[in-house]
Design a protein around this ligand. Structure first.
Ligand code: CO
Ligand code: CO
Length: 252
């Protein structure tokens, strides 16, 4: 959607803050010995308490309130009775709707441990997102986002996952522009318009950069079972710095 009123901005900020706080809480609470269903429940309760509805559940009948993926699964992991273990790389993705507005955020982390090899991947992915967000300015080509993400991935010795993209968002979870590629597509002529609401989500991997769907019909795993990470923000494009709806500055 294009956010073109104070009302749009106010409501987008409200749902952005809710999903960001839910993700933050889940990342803080993720501990060894806990099941992914238990962790999902924490996210679900938080969203409900705030008056928000899980977007994947409402829109796609996803079997969970949030997506929790254990490496080498990198997206759409279903919460189950699988227990988290120390040192595991996981991804949590939270998207929700409130008052007809949607926001989407995600992040990867290692459970209760510092693993240098994994920290390097997390840092590169975080940095790719930060750079892509700051370059998403009205009037710029949309493909500058993918170009920036791919450059940052490659400079750090990683690949992007070609099959997974960011997307427009706002009145639905996924809307136009439907594919915000994480790599440079020279033929993509789309231009970033002022007010455009976008979910930018770089996926970086140590492997070749493709995923395959698992038997459960949801989970997407890297094809070569290599590590992968994702961070995601929902933003509103402006003539200057974007409004990052899912960034929480006032707490930590
Ligand atoms: Co997401
Ligand atoms: Co998304």
């Amino acid at each position: 959607m294009t956010a073109d009123s104070e009302k749009d901005i106010k409501y987008l900020k409200a749902i952005g803050r809710v999903v960001a706080l839910a993700l933050k809480k889940m990342m803080k609470d993720a501990k060894p010995g806990m099941t992914t269903a238990e962790l999902d429940h924490i996210g679900k309760e938080f969203l409900e308490k705030e008056g928000a509805k899980s977007a994947p559940q409402a829109m796609y009948k996803f079997p969970g309130a949030t997506c929790i993926s254990i490496s080498p699964v990198i997206a759409h992991g279903i919460p189950t009775d699988r227990i988290l273990r120390e040192g595991e790389l996981i991804n949590i993705d939270v998207s929700a709707e409130m008052d007809g507005y949607f926001a989407d955020t995600g992040g990867s982390m290692v459970v209760s441990k510092r693993v240098p090899e994994l920290e390097k991947l997390l840092e590169a992915t975080r940095s790719a997102l930060a750079k892509a967000v700051h370059i998403a300015i009205a009037g710029q080509p949309l493909n500058i986002i993918g170009k920036t993400i791919q450059q940052e991935a490659n400079q750090n010795g990683f690949n992007v996952i070609y099959d997974l993209t960011g997307h427009g968002i706002g009145h639905k979870l996924h809307e136009e522009p439907s594919e915000v590629f994480n790599y440079y597509k020279s033929k993509d002529r789309r231009i970033l318009a002022e007010g455009l609401v976008l979910a930018i989500e770089p996926f970086l991997t140590a492997g070749k950069g493709h995923v395959v769907e698992q038997k459960d019909g949801w989970s997407l795993q890297t094809i070569d079972k290599t590590i992968a990470a994702q961070f995601e923000h929902t933003i509103i494009v402006t003539k200057n710095e974007p409004i990052i709806l899912t960034l929480i500055k006032d707490i930590d």
